[in-house]
Write a protein that binds this ligand. Structure first.
Ligand SMILES: [Zn+2]
Ligand SMILES: [Zn+2]
Length: 250
């Protein structure tokens, strides 16, 4: 369950002044490391700063998860951390010990992890996902999520139908090619199958019939789907490592 945490940040001595930018930088680093969500608030008081952040679990702000950037930055101040409540709007995340496969799926406008456990269908907090490429943070995954959300917003608001629709539904679009590079790297690091969810059909209520035609073969290779029961997705192409969700046709 996602939690709300309160952080109290003060200087080691009265002479030292803390800059709010330094604190903001620390939170950017914690966000890129998957330890908090992108929604912090920093409050200024005479002798200290206080901040509210959303974090993924009871222990997800522990120093054992820090990368070298955070370890250096946090040395600049005295920091007290307290978990104060559950995040009332958040759903629970995955607690499976192992995952037989993973799905990369960006929920439009969602700020939490886009990596889904194939077994329970819940998201896996990024602190439990290995770093990709040569990063020491989750920069690639979070950037992909942010770009995906931007394209999806364009589509939902119909500002650029053809471009944004193609980016989302076509396995060969630049957006999905980036998703597939991340997929391949995550599969290498986890040694488990990782599928990219291709949102085809695209869903939504806009031109419902046209946009909700379900596929009967893989749009990338033309091969047969493997059908899954009770999963987060219901069909995959094992060869292309793409996953799909069948939409109810009206
Ligand atoms: Zn799970
Ligand atoms: Zn295929």
């Amino acid at each position: 369950m996602y939690k709300v945490a309160k952080l109290i940040i003060s200087s080691y001595s009265k002479k030292e002044k803390i800059s709010a930018d330094d604190i903001d930088n620390l939170f950017s680093m914690l966000y890129k490391n998957g330890q908090i969500l992108n929604n912090w608030i920093i409050e200024k008081y005479n002798d200290r700063f206080e901040a509210r952040v959303t974090t993924t679990d009871e222990d997800s702000l522990d120093s054992k998860y820090f990368n070298k950037y955070i370890t250096n930055q946090i040395k600049k101040f005295k920091v007290g951390i307290e978990i104060i409540a559950d995040d009332a709007l958040a759903s629970d995340s995955c607690h499976c010990k192992e995952h037989s496969y993973y799905i990369i799926s960006v929920f439009p406008n969602d700020m939490t992890s886009p990596i889904i456990c194939g077994d329970c269908g819940r998201e896996i907090p990024l602190i439990r996902i290995p770093y990709l490429f040569n990063e020491e943070e989750h920069y690639s995954i979070l950037t992909f999520q942010s770009i995906y959300n931007s394209v999806d917003n364009l589509w939902m608001n119909s500002l650029s139908d053809r471009f944004s629709k193609r980016q989302i539904i076509d396995p060969k679009s630049q957006l999905n090619i980036r998703g597939l590079e991340i997929r391949e790297e995550l599969e290498k690091k986890t040694q488990r199958p990782v599928y990219l969810l291709i949102s085809n059909p695209i869903g939504g209520y806009f031109e419902f019939k046209k946009n909700n035609k379900n596929l009967d073969s893989c749009p990338n290779c033309g091969g047969d789907f493997k059908f899954l029961k009770n999963g987060f997705v219901d069909k995959v192409c094992d060869k292309c490592r793409m996953a799909f969700i069948t939409h109810e046709e009206k």
